[in-house]
Design a protein around this ligand. Structure first.
Ligand code: UD1
Length: 352
């Protein structure tokens, strides 16, 4: 059997690594890895390949940045001949980024089977580009691997037949489980005893000057009670510069490698974020998470885990933060099947 994996952007790498490893340890499966090049900075891509022990890509499409249409079209144009030439039996796509949807569309039209890892998540908010990518990818996939039961329910509601859907657990947590002890041994210089770890990159938060300004002002206010550690996504850094916003009292860092970021997360008092994956990682780590979004495609992190949706309500941010600092933050519990073995379950289902 020949499996071709497609990755492109930072959150894909943590999801693909355990699946690639699971097939590697079974033998008898040929694997090809295609990197679309959606993320190309060394600290958004190469360092993840090293730390997660992902083999070097067999093909790099080097698509780079662009508008959604341009980036998606470029990935489609460049991946089509690769699929035609390599003739995989199955293409695995991960998560909800433009690379995911673009590859699924090409494969569906070439009648090549597609498996979607992290299927079924829905924010029910079509203003999010990732929601469009999720809807399209799931409709086109032959195998859908879900991280939690709500994913199965969403897919059932959209008419996807149940025999295609497999509840396997969370592959991102596989990577976390594997590297947590390494992260805990990683020393971090000048780490404050208590701090808020912040990440921010959603277009809805950072592309609008008013919205980015109000979040940064709220963070400056938080900073009066608690140190702030803020590794800044390139998109957000560009916007801060473009809008001329003041950040001198915030500790801005470059994007961090996986292990270092995990070390920061594990020791944080609270995480303030608009990321998808970080809502899951904090739930697993039992660290309180305040999410700067109105909705989440990962409701288990709110229902079972440590996540609280803050939306744009900066007053709510202050109240929830005070709760956490008073020791009353959510402790949560771990969702079923978030146990470090999701990648193996996927390999078992595909190879069976
Ligand atoms: C993408 C995903 C998002 C994911 C995020 C993680 C989509 C629709 N969005 O958003 O779901 O949470 O990755 O980071 O696929 N840039 C660089 N260097 C890089 C990559 C990006 O400078 O290596 C800058 C470019 O200016 C680019 C901008 O960041 O235009 C945005 O990158 P893009 O890949 O379009 O989307 P992300 O915001 O990273």
């Amino acid at each position: 059997m020949h499996i071709l994996h497609v990755v492109g952007a930072r959150p894909n790498f943590m999801k693909a690594a355990p699946v690639i490893r699971a097939f590697g340890s079974r033998g008898g499966v040929k694997q090809t890895l295609v990197h679309t090049g959606q993320h190309y900075d060394a600290n958004m891509s190469d360092v993840f390949f090293q730390q997660l022990s992902i083999p070097a890509p067999d093909v790099n499409l080097a698509v780079g940045s662009g508008t959604h249409a341009k980036q998606t079209a470029e990935i489609m144009t460049r991946i089509e001949p690769v699929i035609l030439e390599r003739k995989p039996d199955l293409v695995l796509v991960y998560g909800d980024v433009n690379s995911t949807a673009a590859a699924a569309l090409v494969c569906a039209k070439l009648l090549v089977k597609v498996g979607h890892v992290e299927a079924g998540l829905r924010s029910f908010d079509r203003t999010m580009p990732e929601e469009i990518n999720r809807l399209v990818t799931d409709q086109l996939s032959d195998l859908l691997f879900t991280p939690s039961r709500d994913g199965n329910e969403n897919l059932g509601r959209e008419g996807i037949s149940p025999e295609k859907i497999h509840l396997v657990g969370n592959v991102m947590i596989d990577t976390l489980v594997q590297l947590l002890s390494t992260a805990m041994q990683t020393e971090i210089q000048n780490l404050p005893a208590r701090y808020a770890l912040v990440t921010l990159h959603r277009p809805s938060n950072v592309d609008d000057p008013q919205s980015l300004r109000s979040i940064l002002e709220a963070l400056l206010a938080v900073g009066e009670r608690l140190a702030i550690v803020f590794p800044v996504h390139p998109r957000t850094r560009q916007r801060i510069t473009e809008f001329g916003l003041a950040t001198d009292r915030l500790q801005l860092l470059e994007p961090l490698p996986y292990v270092e970021f995990l070390a920061y997360q594990r020791r944080a008092t609270v995480v303030i974020t608009d990321s998808g994956g970080i809502q899951e990682e904090t739930t697993y780590l039992h660290i309180p998470c305040l999410t700067l979004r109105e909705n989440t495609e990962r409701p288990v992190t709110v229902n079972i885990g440590t996540n609280v949706l803050i939306g744009r309500d900066m007053q709510k941010l202050r109240v929830e933060l005070a709760n956490i600092l008073d020791g009353n933050g959510k402790r949560g519990s771990t969702p079923p099947l978030w146990d470090g073995h999701a990648g193996e379950r996927i390999a078992d289902i595909i190879v069976a």
